[in-house]
Design a protein around this ligand. Structure first.
Ligand SMILES: Cc1cc2nc3c(=O)[nH]c(=O)nc-3n(C[C@H](O)[C@H](O)[C@H](O)COP(=O)(O)OP(=O)(O)OC[C@H]3O[C@@H](n4cnc5c(N)ncnc54)[C@H](O)[C@@H]3O)c2cc1C
Length: 420
């Protein structure tokens, strides 16, 4: 039997940020992770010299908690071009800076992606999202993202050709049923900073966080079997147990529900990412390319080594294609569908692409429809000696997971009589 003050279950971003705050406060803790590596949903695999993030993700430099906790210089963050390319009606249309100057590109207006009225409405949305603190945005009255966009007076054209693929890719929800609070929060974040990749992949984020923690306080390959918040006992699959004064459950929502013997949470959003190796990139700039037609499996694609060259071996390119949901059929069918779609966009050169790997992430994001974010940042303390954190307790994002981890540590310190 081991003893510690705080047992943290789960070594994703939430658990890591909780552990860091406890370490800084000098409180003994044990971080217990089921997997063989830390990072949870933010991991990068190295395959044949390519860096494959486990599902396409980006870091938004404006995220308040990331600014507090991460060393961007050390991560060597590399920005996307401040704009997107929209594939619509057989052609590619460049939107210059859809996040900070969303409709600056006259080409967008001329190409039928947006109207001049849309340009004004997007500016309205932008200024509405700049009011108050980012936390204030998460307390606003809410509706769905689709209703909110219509409420701003956006045309169906800009909703379907830009917002649906863009926000659909962020929320993993192209029905745009996600809460309008997330629209406001995410638009604020995209408008106020860059969207970037760490030079060595998204997995560098948890690696940087973990580097602050003592190895002796981390147990990997150890899936917690059960917990008893009344006694502070954490039981491991080996039958061993850990005695603690406070238990922090930092797992995904469904696993937290299992450990706490509560009903399973509402639906999850799934996403699938297919990677290919290519000799030639199909585009030349570090753009995110959005599917503005609403046809075909691919929601968005990019060439990560055009953002950070480390993503591919010299002379090669990595292609990332994101499909929303968990398409039926095997990976062979999935890859064939993506291949066909990309041939429609980029022509016969796509036939030379070599499939590298497909990631199906069935539990990628928790439910964020109206009501799910209520209250906007849920109380992490759940009872005496029991704290729950993770992205299901905040915005479903890198920022939300990290912020909830910090709030969990603050609650644990209060519980231990060490609060400020
Ligand atoms: C494909 C994809 C794309 C995304 N894109 C973005 C993006 O672009 N921008 C953004 O901000 N966010 C994005 N997100 C969301 C973001 O990655 C997550 O919100 C965040 O990483 C969640 O962190 P977490 O610590 O709450 O949970 P997790 O990362 O799920 O961590 C939970 C940890 O608990 C461990 N665990 C579970 N059960 C047990 C147990 N019984 N015992 C011990 N350990 C256990 C798990 O192994 C895991 O390591 C994306 C997510 C995915 C999957």
């Amino acid at each position: 039997m081991a003893k510690t003050d705080v047992a943290i279950i789960g070594g994703g971003l939430a658990g890591l940020c909780c552990a860091i705050q406890l370490k800084r406060a000098g409180v003994p803790f044990m971080l217990i992770e089921a997997d063989d590596r830390l990072g949870g949903r933010v991991r990068t695999d190295e395959v044949d010299g390519f860096l494959l993030d486990r599902g396409f993700q980006v870091l938004l430099t404006a995220y308040p908690e990331c600014k507090r906790m991460l060393d961007y210089e050390e991560l060597n963050i590399q920005p996307f071009y401040p704009g997107a390319m929209v594939r619509h009606d057989g052609a590619f249309h460049r939107l210059s800076d859809p996040w900070r100057r969303p409709m600056d590109g006259i080409e967008a207006v001329l190409s039928g992606i947006a109207s001049l009225t849309d340009k004004i409405k997007v500016a309205d949305l932008r200024s509405h999202c700049q009011e108050g603190t980012p936390e204030d945005l998460l307390r606003r009255p809410e509706t769905t993202t689709l209703e909110a966009l219509r409420g701003y007076g956006m045309s169906d054209a800009i909703i379907d050709r830009f917002f649906r693929p863009f926000l659909g890719g962020v929320f993993l929800d192209d029905s745009l049923n996600t809460s309008s609070r997330m629209l406001d929060f995410v638009f604020r974040m995209f408008s106020s900073g860059n969207n970037v990749l760490p030079a060595r992949g998204m997995g560098a984020i948890p690696e940087q966080l973990a580097s602050e923690l003592p190895a002796a306080a981390i147990r990997l390959n150890c899936k917690v079997d059960s917990i008893d918040p009344n006694t502070g006992t954490v039981t491991l699959p080996t039958g061993e147990w850990i005695d603690s004064k406070v238990i922090v459950v930092a797992t995904e929502g469904p696993e937290a529900a299992r450990l706490l013997n509560r009903p399973q949470p509402r639906a999850w959003r799934a996403v699938t990412c297919v990677y290919f190796a290519a000799f030639e990139p199909p585009i030349r700039d570090p753009f995110l390319v959005l599917n503005g037609d609403g046809k075909g499996p691919v929601n968005n694609m990019c060439v990560p080594n055009l953002i950070s060259p480390s993503y591919a071996p010299i002379g090669m390119s990595l292609i990332s294609a994101t499909v929303l949901g968990d398409p039926p059929g095997g990976d062979k069918k999935l890859v064939a569908g993506v291949w066909r779609h990309m041939q429609e966009w980029f022509g016969d050169s796509v036939k030379q692409w070599r499939p590298l790997r497909a990631y199906r992430i069935r539990k990628a994001l928790p439910d964020q429809t109206p009501g799910a974010l209520e209250p906007a940042q849920k109380t992490v303390k759940q009872g005496k000696g029991l704290i729950v954190c993770g992205d299901h307790m905040d915005t479903a994002s890198i920022n939300g997971a990290m912020a909830s981890g910090r709030r969990a540590a603050e609650a644990a310190l209060t519980e231990l009589g060490r609060g400020g």
